[in-house]
Design a protein around this ligand. Structure first.
Ligand code: SAJ
Length: 459
């Protein structure tokens, strides 16, 4: 094929024949980059994972992992052993560059694209005609074209698809990830992908790449649509959870079991309310809606209100839990869970962690924390005197329990072991809620007065 292209005088732009191993550089070895790099290696690619942290690079080159994710450690170890997965702090020339770096928020809720720009600077010297650059990080609409423009400025000797005159040496597409922490490897393969090219040809080239390891349907579109699709998905979930959280506070005032309300309302064929909880955490749902809101602040009151409601729900849980602890007999109080969601060891933006930190600040050494996914407590908690204990110890020692995360281990605690305790179940996992709520309300009324006294003492 290459020979035919040379003979016909055509420029060879596809360096990725389906039957040859391709060289792939993955920029960013976090929750998306590392699993993706390992899967790309498993599908036959020669993969170089790049991360700015040498510690992460060393861990991966030793065949280990720095993040908890189902089956990831085994896959990475196997791929490093085959030699098809390596890590380094700097990229090398490759056929495909995948950018999977963090895109956090700045203090004013403005998207921070500095890591994407840094990745562009790092790969620019290594680009050559025929390369495909794929942006997987979640970004505001227009950022993929922005990446193209950054690369074009850095490499004026190359032509960039959709970037004006000249041959399109470099193709660029946005292919947002959609995977759920805890199921990342399975979902990277099984989920449908939305692939947005800065030109239709870029989308087609990206499609051919993803088909190597994705079994779900791959649908092509423009980069701008793909960017907005991703933001719409996570904003939809945030708004729906905010609705559930708002209802939960109304139901609480009315003495109604919100989880029963949601369960019964969802029997309607066109209603699907998500689950209320102590707030929304993780590095996606709590962040991405701001990418839309920031783009059009005047047009997104609903999205912004949802962020506010979910944030306020955490404050509401802190206030309610504080009243409960004030009304409880002296002695330890168990907080169950710190993770941002069940059955993961991921504490990013965790509302449970925020609640625990606030309660530890107020009640110090009375707080006993159970978190099966943590080996030690974050210093902010430990410094206040809170202790990390196992579930059995907490069940034995604590007559008051505040459940913050619906880990499977907590769901398995039978009524016989918790029936006599005062319980605030923020996730609704223990079925006997009406009884619990009524007992809780009595405690809370007593606790409110005592809490006011404590707060005025503390200034
Ligand atoms: N939560 C609730 N109630 C619910 C569902 C979730 O309170 O009914 C809370 C969780 O406890 C957690 C937060 O929301 O604190 C987010 O958890 P999640 O399971 O909803 O989502 P993530 O952040 O793990 O993953 C989301 C997913 N997006 C959607 O479902 C639309 C995932 O598919 C994306 O790939 C991921 O964001 C991402 O990386 O963007």
């Amino acid at each position: 094929m290459a020979m035919a292209a040379q003979q016909s005088g055509l420029r060879k732009v596809s360096a990725m024949p389906d039957d040859l191993p391709i060289k792939i550089v993955v920029m960013g070895l976090g929750y998306i980059g590392l699993p993706s790099a390992a899967l790309m290696a498993r599908s036959g690619g020669e993969v170089l994972g790049v991360d700015v942290q040498t510690q992460i690079v060393d861990i991966i080159n030793a065949g280990a992992v720095h993040i908890e994710e189902a089956d990831l450690a085994d896959l990475v170890r196997a791929m490093v052993r085959t030699g098809r997965l390596r890590a380094a702090v700097q990229p090398e020339p490759a056929d495909v560059f995948v950018v999977a770096v963090p895109t956090p928020l700045m203090g004013n809720n403005e998207p921070d694209l500095s890591h994407v720009r840094a990745a562009a600077t790092a790969i620019a010297p290594h680009l050559r005609a025929g390369n495909l650059v794929l942006l997987e990080s979640t970004v505001p609409v227009g950022a993929t074209e922005g990446l193209r423009d950054d690369l074009a400025r850095l490499r004026p000797d190359l032509g960039f698809a959709g970037g004006g005159q000249g041959a399109a040496d470099i193709s660029i597409a946005h292919c947002p990830e959609r995977v759920l922490p805890g199921r990342i490897l399975a979902e990277l393969v099984a989920n449908d992908r939305c692939i947005g090219g800065v030109t239709p040809r870029c989308a087609r080239r990206a499609l051919a790449f993803y088909r190597r390891f994705v079994r779900g349907a791959c649908v092509t579109t423009s980069a701008r649509v793909a960017e907005m699709v991703k933001l719409a998905e996570n904003s939809f979930r945030d708004v729906n959870i905010a609705f559930a959280n708002e209802l939960s506070m109304v139901a609480e005032r009315l003495g109604i079991d919100i989880w029963e309300v949601v369960r019964l309302a969802n029997r309607h064929p066109r209603v699907n309310i998500l689950q209320p909880g102590p707030g929304v955490g993780g590095h996606c749902i709590a962040i991405d809606p701001w990418f839309l809101a920031h783009t059009a602040p005047d047009l997104t009151p609903l999205i912004q209100a949802a962020r506010g409601v979910n944030h306020a729900k955490t404050a509401h849980v802190i206030a309610r839990a504080s009243r409960l602890i004030m009304s409880a007999p002296p002695g330890p109080v168990a907080l169950l869970g710190l993770a941002f969601k069940p059955d993961v060891g991921d504490f990013r933006e965790s509302p449970a962690l925020a609640v625990a930190t606030a309660l530890a600040g107020r009640f110090g050494s009375r707080i006993q924390i159970v978190e099966p996914y943590a080996a030690t407590l974050p210093t902010a908690l430990a410094d206040c005197g809170a202790a990390l204990v196992d579930l059995d110890t907490a069940l034995q020692a604590c007559s008051t329990m505040i459940l913050l995360v619906d880990h499977a281990a907590f769901q398995a605690v039978p009524l016989s072991e918790r029936g006599a305790k005062t319980i605030y179940d923020t996730r609704g996992i223990w079925g006997d809620k009406i009884m619990i709520e009524r007992a809780l309300d009595r405690h809370l009324r007593r606790g409110a007065g005592a809490l006011r006294a404590l707060d005025s003492q503390n200034g």
